[in-house]
Design a protein around this ligand. Structure first.
Ligand code: HEC
Length: 132
């Protein structure tokens, strides 16, 4: 009788211990991705150039995207790390693909910008991937 109680006791503590290990390792995962994000935020970048900022501001982009920190959408720096070509960035602004950002709500297509404005935004976003 005593050995059964000891067995149950050991089984129970092992389960607790396993649960503890699992919860620690999943914490570690979240911590590491959070620290990657804060690394990204610490990178010093020049301010958004005025000609780009004007377009972003009038097009409501800044309501959802900041340069280095996530808002409603991912930061421009994080988008830049995907390594898209400028043409792809232009396509994605006109026709967003929410599958690229499963953890965010979908962005509505932005169709009213002139091609030069889209090109200005896209070439600026591409410069953000160079971490100096
Ligand atoms: C109402 C909020 C909102 C506005 C306004 C907005 N975005 Fe977004 N954007 C998002 C969200 C959320 C995502 C991520 C989900 C997605 O791609 O659908 C995103 C994704 C993106 C991406 C990445 C696309 C991809 O597939 O990787 C780019 C580039 C982008 N936005 C640029 C812009 C630009 C430029 C503007 C302004 C012309 C703009 N966004 C306006 C919310 C917004």
């Amino acid at each position: 009788m005593k050995s059964i109680t000891t067995f149950i006791y050991h089984a129970f503590t092992s389960i607790l211990f396993a649960g503890f290990i699992i919860s620690c390792s999943s914490d570690m995962e979240t911590n590491s991705s959070a620290s990657e994000n804060s690394q990204l935020n610490k990178i010093e970048r020049p301010n958004i150039p005025v000609e780009v900022k004007d377009i972003l501001a009038k097009s409501t982009c800044l309501g959802c995207h900041k340069m280095n920190t996530k808002l409603i959408g991912p930061s421009y720096s994080e988008i830049a790390l995907k390594g898209y070509s400028e043409e792809t960035i232009i396509d994605l602004i006109k026709n967003p693909n929410p599958k690229n950002w499963p953890e965010y709500p979908p962005m509505a297509p932005i169709t009213w910008l002139a091609e030069e404005e889209l090109a200005t935004i896209a070439s600026w976003i591409s410069t953000l991937k160079t971490i100096e």
